[in-house]
Every structure is written in C-alpha cells, then in structure tokens.
Design a protein around this ligand. Structure first.
Ligand code: ADP
Ligand code: MG
Length: 237
C-alpha cells in the first residue's frame, strides 16, 4: 500500500517555510492530520513569531500531486484569499509551492472535539452571518456539515476551515445554487442542534427538517450531495 514518508514531508515543509518566512526551528512543526494518500497532510508550525497551518501534497505520488493536489491547493488558497475580509476565515494565506499553502493557525477547538451542548446561541448566529457573507460573494463551502471544519476560537469566535471543496456559484442555475447555499446553512443548523445550549428556533428547525427530507430523497436515489458536488466540479472545471 502507498504511504507517505511523514519525516521527509516535515523536512520538505520546513525547507519551504524557511525560504518563505526566514529562519525556522526544527522542533516547531507537528502533524495535525496525516490524511490519506490523495489528501493533503496538515501541519502546524509554531515558534515565537509564527503560528501557521500548512496544507501540503509534496509527499503524495507524482500523479496525485500534479493533478488533484495542485488543483486542491490552488482552489482552497484562492477561495480563502477571496474571503480575506471575512472574520470567520483565517488570514495570512500564502501559496509557497504548487503543492503547498500556509495560513494563520486558529487557536481553539473544532466542534467535533467539543462534547455536549455547551455553546451559546450567539456563536451560531455569528457563524451563520459570516457564511451568508461568504455566499454573497458567490462562494459555497460544501463541507460544513462536518463538525471538524468549524472551529471555536480561543476568543470564542466561530471560524471555518477546509475550503478544499468550495466552489463559485456565479454561473450555476439558480435552483442548483439554492440547494448548495442551503446545504451550507444546514451545516450551521446541524452544529447548532448538536452543540448549542439552546434549541433551534422554529424557523431554522423547519428549514433544517425540510432540507434533511430533500437530502434523504437524494440519498435514496443514490444521489448524495457529494456526488452532486463532484458532478458540478467536473462541469465547472
Ligand atoms: N487554521 C487552523 N487552525 C486550527 N486547526 C486547524 C486549522 N486548519 C486545520 N486545522 C486542524 O487540522 C484538521 C484537518 O484540517 P482540514 O483543513 O479540515 O483538512 P482535511 O481536508 O484533512 O479535513 C482540522 O480538523 C483541524 O483540527
Ligand atoms: Mg476537514
């Protein structure tokens, strides 16, 4: 089975960081998520001046890093750059190789790692507001139902990560755009239901139930949202 050489990948990343940011410490790097062979490895690099997240495909097989690897890095970095004024999106985005980009690390915890219904309603209201701002720029995230992609910052603020699947909706037909926009908003409702001290209000509850009904029909028809997304991406690219 193909595996990544993580030690070699760490050294690659340190070398790239040094040429982009200046001196680095060998002990400053840790793996956040190894990912499968066709996924980016996610690192954190921290020293007294820098605190960065690094997504890297340099250790994936040649055919992967030169196809999906390059595309994913470019797509994710560009979407984050377009959203640099959105307070829920990490800043400091830099593409440091065709297979690698960096951005500010968010001190905090993904909602997946928080247990129980302990977050305030305000957290989700702000999250929803910033997601709508993102959608106003014709961008949908498409992986917000995953609680690992929403972070509660140390400052209590909601952050969104993992824009690998994000796409522009500008040239999509309106009905499709609405499904994708609603899919992102249903991610907020899902997180709210699982992690908020307060129940969903009537309006959002109804929206969430209706969206889930529609989603179930797709799944029964063998048409889950991921399949739809893949089709759209193919068409868009
Ligand atoms: N900017 C960040 N700040 C804090 N943690 C992060 C950041 N980016 C990624 N992580 C951590 O790394 C994990 C994987 O990153 P993610 O971008 O979701 O990649 P993947 O495509 O592997 O899901 C996240 O679930 C989170 O724990
Ligand atoms: Mg993720």
């Amino acid at each position: 089975m193909l595996t990544k050489d993580l030690n070699r990948e760490k050294l690659n990343v340190l070398r790239m960081l040094e040429s982009e940011y200046g001196k680095v410490s060998q002990n400053g790097i840790e793996v956040l998520n190894c990912g499968r062979i066709a996924n980016a490895t996610v690192f954190r690099y921290k020293d007294s001046e820098k605190d960065l997240t690094i997504k890297d495909f340099s250790e994936s097989p040649w055919i992967i890093k030169n196809t999906v690897g390059k595309l994913f890095i470019k797509n994710e970095a560009n979407k984050m750059l377009e959203l640099k004024n959105n307070k829920s999106v990490a800043g400091g985005v830099k593409i440091i190789s065709p297979y690698t980009f960096t951005f500010n690390y968010i001190e905090g915890k993904p909602l997946k790692g928080i247990h129980g219904k302990i977050l305030d309603k305000e957290f989700f209201i702000t999250l929803e507001k910033n997601i709508k701002k993102m959608q106003d720029k014709n961008i949908v995230h498409l992986d917000l139902r995953n609680l690992g992609n929403i972070i509660m910052g140390k400052d209590g603020y909601p952050y969104i990560i993992d824009f690998q699947s994000a796409i522009k909706t500008k040239f999509l037909p309106n009905f499709l755009k609405k499904i994708l926009v609603d899919s992102d908003l249903s991610g907020v409702c899902k997180a709210w239901e699982k992690r908020c001290v307060e129940e969903l209000d009537e309006g959002r509850k109804k929206f969430f139930e209706n969206f889930n009904k529609l989603r179930k029909i797709w799944i029964l028809k063998g048409y889950p949202i991921q399949k739809l997304i893949r089709k759209i991406k193919k068409t868009v690219s």
